[in-house]
Each structure stands twice: as C-alpha cells, then as structure tokens.
Design a binder for this molecule. Structure first.
Ligand SMILES: C[S@@+](CC[C@H](N)C(=O)[O-])C[C@H]1O[C@@H](n2cnc3c(N)ncnc32)[C@H](O)[C@@H]1O
Length: 245
C-alpha cells in the first residue's frame, strides 16, 4: 500500500518545522554519514528516490553531475523542489517509485535518504534499482534502523517513574511488514524488515555491499543536541552503499 503522508497538511507543516531546526537528527547524524558514502558525482546520471524538497538533487548538480532526476510521491515536496532549485540538468517529477519507469542500465548513481521504509515491496524496489543501474553503478540509501521499526507502533524506550530512560525494547523483530504509528499525526504507515532481509535482498539482486553505517554522533553534534547521546544505546538509522556487479 502506498501512502502519501507528506501531502497531509498537518503532517507536512510539522515535518517542515523539524527540518527547519538547525540541530535536528537529519543535519547532525543522518546527512553527514550519508555524505561519507557518496561516489564521485562529476558527469554522473543520478536518480534520487523520495527527493523531498530537492536539496540533495541540487547538491549533485553543484558537484557537476551530468543530470539529476528527483522523484517523490508528494506534490508538496515536488512543488517546493521546483521552486527552490532551478537548473537545466535538474528534473523533478511527482511520481511514486512504484509507478516510475526507468530504462535498464542507464543510471550511474541512485540515492535515497530516509524514504525506503515507506515502500511496501522491498524486493521489487531493489530489483528495479539494480536493473536501472549501469554496471559498476552505485546505490546509497538510508532508512530507519530495523530495531526502531520493529515495534508495532509501541514506545521503544522503557522509562522509570521520573522519566529516565532504562532500556530500549525491541519486540516483533522477525514479524516483517506494515507498521502504523503516531509520528506527527496518527496512522503513519511504514514497513519493517529485518537486517538480513535488507542485506540478502541487495545480494540476491546483484548489488555488492561496500559499506554499512549505523551512525553515532560526533562530539560537536552532541554539544549541539545532547539527546543524541541515545545513539550510543541504539542506532536510529542504517545507511548502506552498494555497487551493481
Ligand atoms: C523523510 S522524507 C525525506 C526527503 C528527502 N530525501 C530528504 O532527505 O530531505 C521521505 C520522502 O519520501 C517520499 N516518499 C514516500 N513514499 C514514497 C514513494 N512510494 N515513492 C516516492 N517517494 C516516496 C515522501 O513523500 C518524502 O518526501
């Protein structure tokens, strides 16, 4: 099932508020580690899946990529992307990944930041990515870590009466599939898969894993956002780089 939650106005404005904060998890934890895995972008044909407001796609253009296409299911996101980033080699399209058509072996680099946990059919997603990549092409993606997505929408942290964090609870880990949670609004849909499913799906589709990061904060990031200390107790994100062989 496809859900276009970023076109829910309440969700979108709350999401924009979070992203507008300088010290958020994206800026301090996910993005710096995502950037560590990037290939050389010069002269590359790039596809960014779940491109949001297009900042990463525009970054690829600034690094002399040959052409960059950002796709996103959300009209809010694509309207902002088109307004914010204008370049003759930069294209934005409002389309769900599931409905997109890409010619085989034509893309050098496919990126996706924090979108894959919204896509129901991971097997199909990775198969299509592998088909779209040229030989030696690179995929870099981040997603919510499986130990975060496992719980059936229940609170992961167990606290004492004073509200101090005691443990991080992981439950229903092997029970893959749809999760409905309250994040910014009720009934947000995500999909949980185990670490082995994620890794084996890449392997089975001819994608060689080159690096995996479960990010931890730098000292500077911890000063800017002390709640990041929780990242030493459990990872929030999983970031993977793989090569089409
Ligand atoms: C957390 S946001 C990340 C946006 C952007 N990658 C960034 O890092 O700023 C996830 C994005 O994935 C998009 N998305 C969710 N499901 C999608 C689908 N099936 N096809 C394409 N985009 C999707 C959402 O609309 C949203 O813009």
């Amino acid at each position: 099932m496809k859900q276009n939650i970023y076109d829910n106005d309440t969700f979108f404005s709350k999401y924009q508020e979070i992203r507008a904060r300088e010290n958020n998890y994206n800026n301090l934890l996910e993005q710096p580690n995502f950037f560590r895995l990037l290939p050389t972008l010069k002269n590359k044909i790039v596809l960014d899946i779940g491109c949001g407001i297009g900042d990463f796609a525009a970054y690829c253009i600034s690094q002399d990529a040959k052409s960059v296409t950002g796709i996103d299911i959300s009209s809010n996101m694509i309207a902002n992307a088109k307004k914010l980033h204008i370049h003759e080699d930069l294209y934005f399209e409002q389309v769900a990944f599931e409905d997109m058509k890409v010619s085989n072996g034509t893309i050098d680099f496919i990126s996706s930041s924090l979108a894959f946990h919204y896509i129901a059919d991971f097997q199909l997603l990775i198969k299509e990515i592998s088909t779209a990549l040229c030989e030696g092409g690179i995929l870099v993606f981040s997603l919510e870590h499986p130990i975060e997505t496992a719980n059936m929408g229940k609170e992961n942290w167990i606290t004492n009466e004073e509200g101090n964090l005691l443990h991080f609870a992981v439950d229903n880990y092997q029970n893959e599939g749809l999760r409905t949670l309250n994040w910014l609004v009720d009934n947000v849909i995500m999909y949980h898969r185990t670490m082995s499913t994620i890794i084996n799906t890449l392997i089975e589709n001819g994608l060689q894993i080159e690096k995996i990061i479960e990010p931890i904060p730098t000292k500077e990031a911890l000063c800017d956002l002390p709640s990041l200390s929780k990242e030493f107790r459990r990872p929030s994100f999983l970031i993977i780089r793989a090569k089409k062989i």
